[in-house]
Ligand binder design. Structure first.
Ligand SMILES: Nc1nc2c(c(=O)[nH]1)N[C@H]1C(S)=C(S)[C@@H](COP(=O)(O)OP(=O)(O)OC[C@H]3O[C@@H](n4cnc5c(=O)[nH]c(N)nc54)[C@H](O)[C@@H]3O)O[C@H]1N2
Ligand SMILES: Nc1nc2c(c(=O)[nH]1)N[C@H]1C(S)=C(S)[C@@H](COP(=O)(O)OP(=O)(O)OC[C@H]3O[C@@H](n4cnc5c(=O)[nH]c(N)nc54)[C@H](O)[C@@H]3O)O[C@H]1N2
Ligand SMILES: [Mo]
Length: 663
């Protein structure tokens, strides 16, 4: 029998595309875009096809495995969970529950897939990473500036006359945005990309500003200087809604475009033109990506950029905004994490997690549990991550494949994909949530994350875990929004927009800061040991120029993969044998490296092999290798990256990295 189900992509991505899943006699036969999704409208990226490849991949592990010597032994679920439960009991008894570390990220955005958090809180509270590998620095910055997070609806871009794409590559990471950018451009908006790489948008007339990596804060302060010196500020907005303008104006007096130009390597005239365009041809929108905040100075960088919106009054107006991250749907749902049950807890800064694991002794980390993440591939400084995993006595990984992290596990438990059990997917970046039904039975012996943790809790007699069915958990999560007319039945009809999300961010100008104003001057920042005003410091890579490592290494997100997901599903003949090392042709020529040459790329931590690919669009001092390729598939770019922690929010600093390249 043929059936069609409405579903949504669970990947952690800007879109969470609406999908139509086709089945025939209990098998998924096709996955397509759902034309009725209000935002993604049937358009999906090439990764969606991979969900099907993954579901039926012969590499997929469909039964529990336990480490035996250098290999694996297949075991039953009962034995697997007994083993795990025994370890957890023993650790609790000998060291306390915080000797367990739970590493859970966003490999899937299904809310029930995060249920491991509840298990570990009910267990007593464990060690968890704090901050994020992803967006934490900028998020913390906007919390200081605005007191919260709000974004404009995508279609509001058509009201903008100037759009700054700041450290973002929508053709790679957010294809749906391109359509809105195209519309804005055809309405006459000017789009300016600020990025060390001239990104390809397919839109003509995009202006490119290509600063030296990690120097965007200086660029923004140079722009602020021009806006203030030429009196292009929005006085009324500042008077009514901004705290600390006078102090800020004094502080940027010395930040002339000449000084900014020297730091950023952007011509003075370009900085002045950018300032005038942004301030006088509004409404002007800033669309942040996350590239400019993967540096040690990241929090302050985002504060410097936010300041431009504040001094020009591009806040709370259609077509304006400093769009970084939105008010998350999750805050309107019931919290299933069971944090009220945790009796203890410990946090380690996420980017430096491995360092903290290796140094922990009160208690040491004895057990690491990995869900929805692949830390050995995705955390920085892979050597150190491997050492940290080796130091733990017992490692459990719940995933689909034996990836780089699973290769370090003592126990591997196979989980279901979003096609095999029901859930709700919450998008990290737009205002929609979607229901994802079970369209087929779980493959093999795989179980959902929920089923796994429920069975483990039962074995351990943790009655506070609560033994609900998936449906009941979903209803519990939705309980707070039933009053708004949203329940599971509504969601089954199609995605639902967060009714509380504004279409124009901060339209009411009620900022949730201590002063109730936008805070250019932030006492809270001072409390965190930062300058209270947005200010610039060199990123580590720039403050210690090193002739041994003359290039900046950028390792951004690949168009065809979500981080480490799907790399193993590409036929070997359509994947280059080694990672492509993109380098400006002039640089390649000066180093005598021809296209296709095999090279080493080396940082103070390690070197990896790659293949030279000339790229005109990259700054001559930058080398680019896309992140995500498994170490076991000749990738492993995070062997090279630093585990530094940013100035704000415990954010990662992957791109704050210098390298050399040689044959
Ligand atoms: N296809 C695909 N889509 C994805 C993902 C994926 O893995 N694959 N991941 C999802 C996730 S979790 C995230 S966080 C987002 C990330 O989405 P994006 O922010 O768009 O992507 P990034 O690769 O982090 O970096 C974006 C850009 O920052 C630029 N950049 C690097 N350094 C600097 C700098 O110093 N200054 C400036 N101005 N720019 C700089 C890079 O050249 C790159 O073009 O994408 C999401 N969407
Ligand atoms: N060099 C470099 N490194 C980076 C970045 C960078 O720009 N450069 N970006 C960083 C960013 S922004 C992010 S967000 C992180 C992402 O880092 P991770 O969150 O580790 O990313 P993924 O590779 O998507 O790993 C997700 C894992 O979850 C598994 N998974 C998927 N669905 C489920 C499920 O339902 N249940 C369970 N149990 N597992 C599931 C997948 O198979 C996969 O192995 O990477 C960071 N790493
Ligand atoms: Mo991310």
């Amino acid at each position: 029998m043929k059936k069609v189900y409405r579903s949504a992509c669970p990947q952690d991505c800007y879109a969470s595309c609406g999908l139509l899943v086709y089945t025939e006699n209990g098998r998924v036969t096709d996955i397509k875009g759902d034309p009725d999704h209000p935002l993604t409208r049937g358009k999906v990226c090439g990764k969606v096809r991979r969900h099907l490849d993954r579901l039926y991949s012969s590499q997929r592990i469909l039964h529990p495995l336990v480490r035996e010597g250098s290999g694996w032994r297949r075991i039953g679920w009962d034995e697997a969970l007994d083993l795990w439960a025994g370890k957890l009991e023993e650790i609790k008894h000998r060291y306390g529950t915080t000797a367990v570390l739970h590493h859970d990220a966003s490999g899937s955005n299904g809310i029930l897939r995060g249920i491991g958090k509840r298990f570990f809180n009910v267990y007593g509270g464990v060690t968890v990473p704090e901050g994020s590998l992803c967006w934490a620095s900028g998020k913390a910055a906007q919390l200081l500036d605005f007191g919260g997070h709000q974004m404009h609806e995508w279609d509001d871009l058509t009201n903008s006359r100037t759009i700054l794409l700041w450290g973002r590559d929508p053709a790679y990471t957010n294809i749906h945005l391109l359509e809105y950018l195209r519309q804005a451009a055809s309405n006459g908006a000017e789009i300016i990309s600020i990025n060390p790489v001239r990104i390809q948008t397919g839109i003509s007339n995009v202006r490119h500003v290509c600063p030296r990596p990690g120097t965007d804060g200086a660029l923004a302060l140079g722009i602020a200087h021009v806006i203030i010196a030429e009196n292009l500020v929005d006085k009324k907005f500042i008077e009514q809604h901004v705290l600390g303008y006078d102090e800020f104006a004094v502080s940027v007096r010395n930040f002339t475009p000449e000084r900014a130009a020297e730091i950023c390597d952007v011509p003075v005239e370009k900085i002045i033109a950018l300032a005038r365009r942004y301030a006088t041809c509004g409404p002007s929108a800033i669309l942040f990506g996350y590239g400019m905040q993967r540096y040690t100075n990241a929090g302050q960088t985002v504060r410097c950029i936010d300041a431009l919106a504040a001094i020009t009054g591009n806040i709370g107006v259609p077509g304006g905004g400093a769009n970084y991250v939105h008010q998350h749907w999750k805050q309107f749902l019931a919290d299933l994490s069971g944090r009220e049950y945790a009796k203890s807890g410990r946090t380690f800064p996420w980017p430096a997690l491995a360092r903290y694991i290796l140094e922990a002794d009160d208690p040491p980390v004895r057990c690491i549990v990995v869900t929805r993440s692949n830390p050995v591939t995705q955390l920085p400084d892979t050597n150190r991550v491997r050492r940290a995993f080796r130091a733990a006595d017992f490692v459990v990984v719940i995933d689909f494949f034996l990836n780089d992290t699973a290769a370090m596990a003592d126990l591997f438990l196979p989980c279901t994909t979003f096609l095999e059990d029901e859930d709700i997917v919450v998008c990290s970046w737009n205002n929609y949530i979607s229901y994802t039904p079970a369209v087929i039975e779980p493959q093999g012996e795989s179980k959902s994350d929920l089923a796994i943790f429920t069975a483990l809790a039962e074995k351990m007699g943790l009655s506070d875990f609560g033994y609900l069915t998936p449906r009941e958990w979903l209803q519990k999560a939705l309980a707070p929004v039933v009053a708004l007319g949203i329940d599971l039945e509504t969601l089954k009809q199609g995605p639902v927009r967060n009714p509380a999300a504004p279409r124009v961010a901060w339209a009411d100008r009620r900022f949730a800061t201590p002063s109730g104003k936008y805070e250019l001057y932030s006492q809270q920042a001072a409390g965190l040991g930062l300058e209270p005003l947005p200010s610039y410091r060199h990123p580590a890579a720039l403050s210690q120029p090193d002739q041994n490592y003359p290039f900046y290494l950028l390792t951004p997100h690949h168009r065809d993969f979500t981080h480490s997901q799907f790399w193993n599903l590409v036929p070997p003949d359509s994947l280059s044998p080694l990672p492509e090392v993109e380098i400006h042709p002039d640089t390649a020529a000066s180093l005598g490296l021809e296209t296709g040459a095999e090279v080493w790329v080396e940082t103070p931590r390690r070197r990896i092999r790659g293949i030279v690919k000339p790229a005109e669009d990259i700054r001559p001092d930058v080398i680019r290798i896309f992140q995500g390729r498994w170490a076991s598939l000749n990738g492993g770019v995070n062997f090279l990256t630093p585990d530094a922690v940013s100035d704000l929010g415990n954010g990662s600093c992957y791109y704050d990295c210098r390298c050399r390249i040689y044959r």
